[in-house]
Design a protein around this ligand. Structure first.
Ligand code: IPE
Length: 269
C-alpha cells in the first residue's frame, strides 16, 4: 500500500506574519519543490496550510473566533462582511500555494473548509469522504478557515492544527504528520529570546516541561501549544509526528520521507 503523510505549512512560514496579506513566495516555491520529491517517492500527501497575515489580523479585529457578538466592533465592516473577506483572503493565499504546486507539475485539488466543515476545535463535523475518494498521486490541499457553527455563534475559526489531527484520525492509514514551522527548529525548552541560545527538545512526551510562546496579540488560534496538543492527538493513532523548521532547505522532504532530521519528535507512552 502507498504511504500517506499529512503535512501542515504554518502561516508564520508561508507569510510575513506582521504584514497584512504578504506571502513568502521564496519559501512557498521551495516547499513546493521539496513536496515534488515526496510525491515522486510514491507518497500520497494531504497538505494543510495556515493563514498567517492572510487570516489572523482581520479575524482578530472582527473577533471572528468568538462567533457572532452583539457588541460594537470598530472597523469599516460588519462581522458578516469580515467572514467573507477572510474567506476570500484565504482563497487568495491558497491560490499562491496552488500556483507553486502547478509550477512543479504537482496535481493538486483544493478543498476549502467553509465548503465541507461545520464547527471548530477537534470535534468539528466534516465530509472526510472527500479525501478518501482522491486518486493516488493527487495532493489534497486544505487550510485554516472561517467555518460555520451552530447558533448563536454562527461562525468561528478552524485552525489547520485541528484539521491535521482529525485527518490523521479519520483517514486511518496516515504514517506521518509533519508540522513545518517558521523561525524555530522544533519545540524549544523556552520561548526564543534575542541573543540567547535555544534549547531544542528532540523528543517530547506529554509530561515534558516547556514554556511555549503564543503571540496572542496576533494569533486567533493556538500557537505552538495547539500544535503540540493536536500532535499528541495524532500520535495516539500510530502516526509519527515531527515538528521541524521549514525554513531550512531539505528538512521538510527528509521529515516527510521519515529520514533522520533536526526537529522535535512527539512520543506517546
Ligand atoms: C487560522 O489557521 C485560520 C484563520 C485565521 C482564518 P491556522 O491556525 O492553521 O493558521 P496559522 O498556521 O496559525 O497561521
Amino acid at each position: 500500500m502507498r504511504e500517506r503523510v499529512v503535512v501542515k505549512w504554518g502561516g508564520g512560514l508561508i507569510t510575513e506574519k506582521a504584514e497584512l496579506k504578504t506571502a513568502n513566495h521564496s519559501v512557498i516555491d521551495r516547499l513546493a519543490a521539496e513536496l515534488t520529491e515526496v510525491v515522486n517517492n510514491g507518497i500520497d500527501v494531504v497538505l494543510v496550510h495556515g493563514a498567517g497575515s492572510f487570516g489572523h489580523l482581520k479575524a482578530k479585529q472582527y473577533r471572528l473566533a468568538e462567533g457572532r457578538t452583539e457588541e460594537e466592533i470598530e472597523g469599516p465592516m460588519t462581522q458578516d462582511e469580515a467572514v467573507t473577506a477572510v474567506r476570500n483572503d484565504m482563497i487568495e493565499l491558497n491560490d499562491h500555494i496552488m500556483a507553486a504546486l502547478t509550477a512543479q507539475e504537482i496535481s493538486a485539488v483544493r478543498l476549502p473548509p467553509h465548503d465541507w466543515v461545520h464547527g471548530t476545535g477537534l470535534d468539528f463535523e466534516a465530509k472526510f469522504d472527500l479525501f478518501n475518494s482522491a486518486p493516488s498521486g493527487i495532493v489534497m490541499v486544505t487550510f485554516g478557515d472561517v467555518v460555520s457553527r451552530d447558533a448563536p455563534f454562527d461562525f468561528g475559526i478552524l485552525s489547520g492544527d485541528d484539521l491535521v489531527a482529525r485527518l490523521v484520525q479519520e483517514l486511518h492509514d496516515v504514517k506521518r504528520l509533519v508540522f513545518a514551522m517558521g523561525g524555530v527548529d522544533g519545540v524549544l525548552r523556552h520561548a526564543p529570546k534575542e541573543g540567547e541560545a535555544q534549547e531544542l527538545i528532540e523528543r517530547l512526551n506529554p509530561d515534558t516541561n516547556y514554556t511555549g510562546e503564543h503571540a496572542t496579540e496576533m494569533d486567533v488560534t493556538g500557537g505552538i501549544g495547539l500544535k503540540v496538543k493536536r500532535g499528541f492527538d495524532a500520535a495516539k493513532h500510530e502516526c509519527d509526528v515531527m515538528l521541524i523548521n521549514g525554513e531550512v532547505p531539505g528538512r521538510f522532504t527528509s521529515a516527510c520521507l521519515g529520514h533522520e532530521v533536526i526537529g522535535t519528535r512527539l512520543t506517546v507512552p
